[in-house]
Each structure stands twice: as C-alpha cells, then as structure tokens.
Design a protein around this ligand. Structure first.
Ligand code: NAD
Length: 267
C-alpha cells in the first residue's frame, strides 16, 4: 500500500451506487486504491456486504461505509445522501452506477420492468446529483461519473428501456456538465461495451439455453455479434478510467460520453 499522502484522492469521499458487484465494485476499489473513502451501496447478502466494505477499508487503508438505499426510491436515495454527509461530511465523487437490464421486444416489454429500468438506470442519477451538487459547489470541487453504456450511444433490439435510459443518462451528463462548466465540478459518462458481470452472465446463460451452446461458446457468440475485439472490458479497466476522470489532468474533460467498448461503437 502507498502512503496515504502519495495518493491523489486522499481525503475525498466517493459514493458508488450499485457497488456490491461488477463494475461498481471495480470502480470503488480503484478509487479506494487512490485513497478515497468509499460509501458502498447495492443489494446482496448482508454478511458478504459487511465483509466487502470492511475488507476494502483495510486493504486500501481508507474508511468505508455502506447504505442499502434502493435506487428506485427517491426517499431512500435522500436518506443515503444524508448518511454520507453525516459520516464523511459530504460526497466529493459521485459514481452513478446501479443498473438493471431486461430483454424483450417492445410489444412484450412488461410496463413495470420499463418503469424500474428508467427509475434505477436514469432517474436515480438525477436524485443523487441534485442532492450532491450543493456540497460540491461549496467546496468548488466534485466529480460526477455516470455509468451509461455503449447503449447510450447506439441501440440494440430487445433493449428498449435500457437504451432509452442510457441515452437519457448521456443527455443528463451533458446538461450537468454545462451547468457546472465554470466550477471545479465535472460530469462525464463512461460507456462500456460487454463486461463479464452478473448482469451480462444472465444474457450469456439465456443465449446458451436458447442456442444449445456451452458457456464458453455462448460468451464468444455474444462478443462476436457486437464487440470487434472479441474480448470483454474489465471492471479494473473501467476503474482506471474513473480514476483518470478524478485526476487534475481531467479538469477540462466535461460532458463526454467515453466509450470503452472494444470497438463496438466504431462500427
Ligand atoms: P451487476 O449486476 O454486476 O451490478 C449491479 C449493481 O447494482 C449491484 O451492486 C446491484 O446490487 C445494484 N443494484 C441493482 N438494482 C439496484 C437498486 N434498485 N438499488 C440499488 N442498487 C441496485 O451489473 P454491472 O454489469 O456491474 O452493471 C453496472 C452498471 O454498468 C449498470 O448501470 C449497467 O447498466 C452498466 N453497464 C454494464 C455493462 C456490462 O456489460 N456489464 C455494459 C455497459 C454498461
């Protein structure tokens, strides 16, 4: 472990929604590696979550905490932001990452799944951002990182709610960046291609069952269809991009939707 003074985010607090798994966890660990205190959020087994945040704290020598707010519920989001303020004096780095997926054609798409995806993948970022901005403005420093997707840039059949939410999140990123353009607060979106997390493994499993493939063949087929590199993006790589957005070198990176997608959107 580096001494805490050498780390660029020492003394900052990062709140990462949906950080009990996958990309959010990778980003939380990368920010902790740079010395940031972390407020974790997300679902899962209570004991495993407690172990996750205490282990992350001791591994990186930072303070960690956890709030179980459901990102589809504005009052729970407000309680989480209050908790972060009381625990660490506010949120300096906000990573809006929590997200869910549902795959179905428009005419078969369950309306309650549409509402849940819009609430969790899009509206939650509005609520956390509106509540984080006053504290960031007081300090004249802040970083807001929205986990959109390559589906914030292009569409795919069967993913209407997800694509709509992610395009919306890219739009919200631009507006937030413009409203903060003359401050020390930046807002940017990260747009990953396929990352092998539980959210994507479910799509691999569905494909394996549908096409009679084994797990490896289903993963390869998924990649071959969309991602020219044929390789998954990793949570560690996305964590490194989030660390860059938090660095002084990124002070003038504002309102971008930065894809890390193995070439998906270049096609
Ligand atoms: P994941 O399923 O591994 O993790 C999702 C996290 O969100 C978990 O911690 C889960 O508990 C949490 N979560 C879900 N619903 C929640 C709710 N209502 N309230 C609070 N937390 C909730 O998924 P992931 O692949 O790591 O996805 C993270 C983000 O990255 C999502 O926004 C997703 O859309 C986006 N993304 C993923 C991929 C990919 O290929 N995996 C690609 C592009 C974008």
């Amino acid at each position: 472990m580096q001494s805490s003074n050498a780390r660029q985010l020492s003394g900052k607090t990062a709140l990462v929604t949906g950080s009990t798994s996958g990309i959010g966890l990778g980003i939380a660990r990368a920010l902790a590696g740079q010395g940031a205190n972390i407020v974790f959020n997300g679902f899962g087994d209570a004991q495993q979550i407690e172990k996750l945040y205490t282990d992350t704290g001791s591994e990186f020598g930072v303070q960690t905490a956890y709030h179980n707010a459901d990102m589809s519920k504005p009052d729970e989001i407000a309680a989480m932001m209050d908790y972060a303020a009381s625990k660490f004096g506010g949120v300096d780095i906000l990573v809006n990452n929590a997200g869910i997926q549902h795959v179905a054609a428009v005419e078969d798409f369950p309306p309650e799944r549409w509402d849940a995806i819009i609430a969790i993948n899009l509206s939650s970022a509005f609520h956390t951002t509106r509540l984080a901005l006053p504290g960031m403005k007081q300090k004249n420093w802040g970083r807001i990182i929205n986990l959109a997707s390559v589906h914030g840039l292009v569409g795919s059949a069967q993913k209407s709610a997800y694509v709509a939410a992610k395009h919306g999140l890219v739009g919200f990123t631009k507006v937030t960046a413009l409203e903060t353009a003359q401050t020390g607060i930046t807002c940017n979106a990260i747009c990953p291609g396929w990352v092998l997390t539980p959210l994507v493994q479910k799509q691999v499993d569905d494909r394996a069952a549908r096409e009679g493939l084994d797990n490896d063949a289903a993963r390869k087929a998924l990649l071959a269809e969309k991602q020219p590199s044929g390789e998954f993006v990793t949570p560690d790589e996305l964590g490194a991009l989030a660390v860059f957005f938090c660095s002084p070198a990124a002070d003038q990176v504002r309102g971008v939707a930065w894809n890390m997608d193995g070439g998906w959107a270049a096609q």
